[in-house]
Design a protein around this ligand. Structure first.
Ligand code: FAD
Length: 550
């Protein structure tokens, strides 16, 4: 029998959506919807989640990919937010240690820029305190010489000192998908490419939604006592359909990241540095690449198609070239990029980067509950607040399970500490030794799939020496079909493997072979093959070519 989260289970799931009466239906398969689905299903609510494109298609695959406390929110005196997301870092790391990886962050300090040495020292101390950081992970202030030893690429002219503090790096899309897999394992019905187009009402209260299957075009109702919209940047679009877009509204700001080969920008560890306009950006090494971001500008364009412009790319390149010596990046060095929208809550008179990152819940007169704002890092707490509200409003008299998602691992057979991960990476390295694969492969596999790497390597079998790269990729594609509900070619290259961002060469080289594989297992006809390859070409163009500014 196919897995509950297999592409081959789609028909069964759509049949259930049409026949069941749900307690809770969630709109949106980003990190927020995923967190809510897991929380609700694990408490025993009959839960469904529908996503109009692929899981994590929206902001949740386009973040800086950090599980972080948001140091800069201290500057905005958002102590509550820093305390919550800061403390959540260790929790999310514990839930998926292979996917939420400790990453020391270097913060260079300057004579004439940023907060200065003493304010930063006090700020980081407060940050550690609020987040309850373990003693051995607490911030360390550095002298000028120590800072330059940590990062010799820094222009030394006016570096005054620095600080090292603890954060975590993740893959946002994979984190979202793993949480959804756990929700499905807790009996939630979860599906992608099913779009909510309207609400159904009974006596002026929402009693379900009207959805369209994006592949078959079939339109059908889904009945549910409660509907929660976790639609990120699309939250206001759904409030509009519900005729409840009154009072507070969303304010979308765009954030862009660019990807360059690590050899062209060989930073030694993640670094968070000041930019001439008073903002700060990250440079994060990740295997063979370094990624740099982000911008923060108001956005009024097409929400479904957000891309980086030439100005966005130039801003990030100039920031790097002004801060690091001997690097001299140019547009030609950029291998890939991504652009996402922050669904923030509008505040009159505030600029894009001054807007609060706090989440907010809206309840409409007909019962639609919407949640927007917030951070990837705080997904669990946001989910808890939403589900608490749902229970309070509708299920107060029902005996529900009481355990917290803090204790539900979000991957199968999870690691319990970093030593176990290291041992496993060593074992995978040994298994892959006979093949001419990149040295980054074992760690990339383990950070993506955890112990499920074994399942993928078993599928790869004894590959031919010269075919190892494509054999491994096909095994990943097999895994994506059978265990991760991959539905299109771009789902695989963008959100299951991240190759479009981190190793675009493989996307270009193997797209036809992977398309043929999907054709064989998913029964795509020739027309579908053409559509899939065309759509992938468009994504490749979007991430590699920077249009004039819009
Ligand atoms: P989304 O991920 O956008 O999900 C909403 C989903 O709803 C989409 O997939 C969409 O397709 C679906 N949907 C919309 N309409 C419908 C419909 N009618 N029917 C069905 N489905 C629908 N946070 C951090 O903690 N760390 C970071 O490093 C970080 N960096 C960031 C960098 C940038 C540039 C940006 C933009 C944000 C960053 N954030 C970060 C914030 C974080 O990424 C977001 O808060 C989070 O991803 C929002 O998730 P979401 O699920 O609310 O929205």
């Amino acid at each position: 029998m196919p897995d509950r989260f297999s592409t081959l289970s789609r028909n069964k799931i759509t049949a259930r959506l049409q026949s069941e009466d749900y307690d809770l239906l969630i709109i949106g398969g980003g990190i927020t919807g995923a967190g809510i689905a897991l929380d609700a299903a694990s408490r025993g609510l009959k839960t469904a989640l529908v996503e109009k494109k692929d899981f994590a298609f929206g902001t949740s695959s386009r973040s800086t990919k950090l599980i972080h406390g948001g140091l800069r929110y201290l500057k905005q005196l958002e102590f509550g937010l820093v305390k919550e997301v800061g403390s959540e870092r260790a929790v999310v790391h514990k839930l998926a240690p292979h996917l939420v990886v400790p990453e020391k962050m270097l913060l260079p300090l300057y004579e004439r820029k940023g907060l200065g040495y003493w304010l930063t020292s006090i700020g980081l101390k407060v940050y550690d305190f609020l987040a309850g950081v373990r003693k051995d992970d607490q911030r360390k202030m550095l002298t000028r010489m120590q800072t330059l030893r940590y990062e010799p690429l820094l222009r030394s002219d006016d570096v005054k000192g620095g600080a090292i503090y603890a954060e975590y790096r993740t893959d946002d899309a994979r984190l979202t998908i793993e949480i959804l897999k756990s929700a499905a394992a807790s009996e939630a019905d979860v599906i992608n490419y099913v779009k909510v187009s309207d609400f159904i009402y009974e006596e002026n209260r929402i009693s379900g939604v009207q959805v369209t299957d994006q592949f078959s075009g079939e339109i059908f109702p889904v009945r549910s006592k409660v509907v929660v919209s976790a639609a990120g940047p699309w939250v206001d679009e759904l409030r509009e359909i519900n005729q409840s877009r009154t009072g507070k509204r969303l304010h979308l700001t765009k954030g862009v990241h660019i990807v360059v080969p690590h050899r062209r920008f060989p930073v030694h560890q993640a670094i968070y540095f000041d930019v001439a306009d008073g903002r700060m950006i990250f440079a994060i090494p990740r295997g063979r690449i370094t990624y740099i971001g982000t911008t923060d500008t108001n956005y009024n364009g097409d929400i479904d198609n957000v891309t980086a412009t030439a100005d966005d790319a130039a801003y990030l390149i100039n920031a790097v070239n002004a801060t690091f010596t001997g690097v001299d990046l140019s547009l030609q060095d950029i291998e890939s990029s991504w652009a996402g929208l922050r669904p923030l809550i509008h505040e009159d008179g505030k600029s894009a980067s001054e807007l609060s990152r706090k989440d907010e819940i809206f309840e409409s007169p007909t019962g639609l509950i919407s949640i927007a704002g917030g951070k990837l890092t705080g997904y669990r707490k946001m989910a808890e607040r939403v589900v608490n509200l749902v229970v309070k409003r509708h299920f107060a008299d029902r005996l529900l399970k009481t355990f917290s998602t803090e204790n539900i691992p979000i991957t199968k057979n999870p690691f319990t500490n970093n030593r176990e991960i290291q041992q496993y990476v060593t074992a995978i390295t040994e298994k892959l030794k006979p093949y001419p694969l990149s040295g980054y492969t074992p760690r990339n596999l383990v950070e993506a799939y955890g112990r499920q790497t074994d399942v993928i390597l078993a599928q790869m079998g004894d590959a031919d020496y010269s075919e190892a790269e494509i054999s491994l990729l096909k095994a990943e594609a097999w895994y994506a079909v059978h265990h991760e509900m991959v539905a299109t070619l771009q789902d695989f290259f963008v959100r299951r493997t991240g190759l479009i961002y981190f190793e675009i060469r493989k996307v270009k080289q193997y797209k036809h072979e992977i398309a043929l594989y999907f054709q064989s297992v998913l029964g795509w006809d020739d027309e579908r093959m053409v559509t899939e390859l065309k759509a992938l070409e468009k994504v490749i163009e979007d991430v590699t070519q920077f249009k004039a500014n819009t």
